[in-house]
Write a protein that binds this ligand. Structure first.
Ligand code: TA6
Length: 322
């Protein structure tokens, strides 16, 4: 029987343990038994479970990446770039790796972060993480501070708030994504609503621009797209589980959608051949128009993921109601 939220000590509900790779991870719990896990390796959310203990994020069972490389799954942070071409080659070290360095760095717990609004803390179990430039970051010589708050609310919703500041260095630009691996029953049973009629960049066609024609996104083959200027609420309906993920975003104009399908899965060392059926990436992102920060400026990107029961058969999910 969970405690009542009134007496729940959220601070005590946050514990620090070790990850499978010996790196600190933080466990967040709420009064009803939901939980989330965040690794200091990459600031990566590696687990988000509902009050029944069901895992809501996909993580590959084929974990071959050695830390601090990102484990395939959870919510890796893509910063300061998403696509390799986004940011030109850097002097003295070639180009950044795909999706940038943030997910491959060890973050620290930020004991004294600049305050967020009260409702970003009240009634939530949360942790504040910090990433600052390190000596080996010569390939992105910018004076940044990246603060990430991960929180779990009493209703089980998961929220990630990224605050990236230019600490009085020269202006810099970046692109960003919360690379969110949702766990689904079977990709052929899933559809996305909220991206209809939008333009998208198709990464399978040299990032050429197309317009979405369908009245929902369904999956019959590999999909690797960035939907542009998307609404701030997108729904991912899992018909078999009668479950809908509601993805809300702020400061993140785009939504990257990815499923590798069978052929690409077979070529990936950290994904089992058939695991593509159980995953779908729906990534709140700022990709088409990189963010530029002048000295002292700060950008905030907020993502909230929640799960609602969806007894929908064919009618559309009422996004306006969310
Ligand atoms: O989200 C789309 C994407 O850029 C795909 O092209 C694929 O590369 C995926 O991300 C996974 O990237 P990763 O670097 O995590 O292997």
């Amino acid at each position: 029987m969970g405690h009542s939220a009134a007496v729940w000590d959220y601070r005590a509900a946050t514990e620090i343990t070790k990850d499978w790779n010996g790196i600190d991870k933080i466990v967040l719990r709420n009064p009803r038994g939901a939980s989330a896990r965040v690794s200091l390796s990459g600031g990566q959310v590696t687990s988000w479970r509902n009050e029944q203990g069901e895992e809501l994020l996909f993580t590959s069972n084929k974990v071959s990446s050695k830390p601090p490389k990102a484990v395939r799954g959870g919510i890796p942070i893509c910063f300061p770039q998403f696509f390799i071409w986004m940011l030109a080659k850097f002097r003295n070290c070639g180009s950044l790796e795909q999706h940038g360095f943030a997910r491959n760095k060890i973050w620290t717990i930020d004991g004294n972060p600049p305050p967020l609004s009260p409702n970003d803390s009240q009634g939530k179990s949360f942790v504040d993480l910090l990433l600052k430039p390190s000596e080996d970051l010569k390939c992105w010589p910018h004076s940044f501070e990246f603060r990430l708050r991960v929180s779990l609310a009493a209703d089980g919703n998961l929220t990630l708030i990224s605050r990236i500041r230019n600490v009085n260095g020269k202006p810099f630009s970046f692109s960003f994504a919360y690379h969110t691996y949702l766990s689904v029953s079977d990709i052929s049973e899933v559809r996305i609503e909220g991206l209809e009629t939008l333009d998208y960049l198709d990464n399978l066609c040299q990032k050429e621009r197309f317009t979405e024609q369908g009245d929902a996104i369904t999956f019959e083959s590999e999909v690797d797209r960035v939907y542009l200027s998307a609404p701030n609420v997108v729904a991912v309906l899992d018909h078999e589980r009668k479950r809908t993920y509601v993805v809300r975003k702020e400061g993140l104009p785009d939504v990257a959608v990815w499923n590798p399908w069978e052929k690409k899965s077979k070529s990936m060392v950290d994904l089992r051949d058939s695991e593509y059926k159980q995953m779908l990436c729906v990534n709140g992102a700022a990709i088409e128009k990189p963010v530029t920060l002048k000295p002292g400026e700060e950008w905030t990107g907020r993502l909230e993921v929640s799960v609602v029961a969806s007894t929908l058969s064919s009618e559309h999910f009422d996004l306006q109601r969310m």
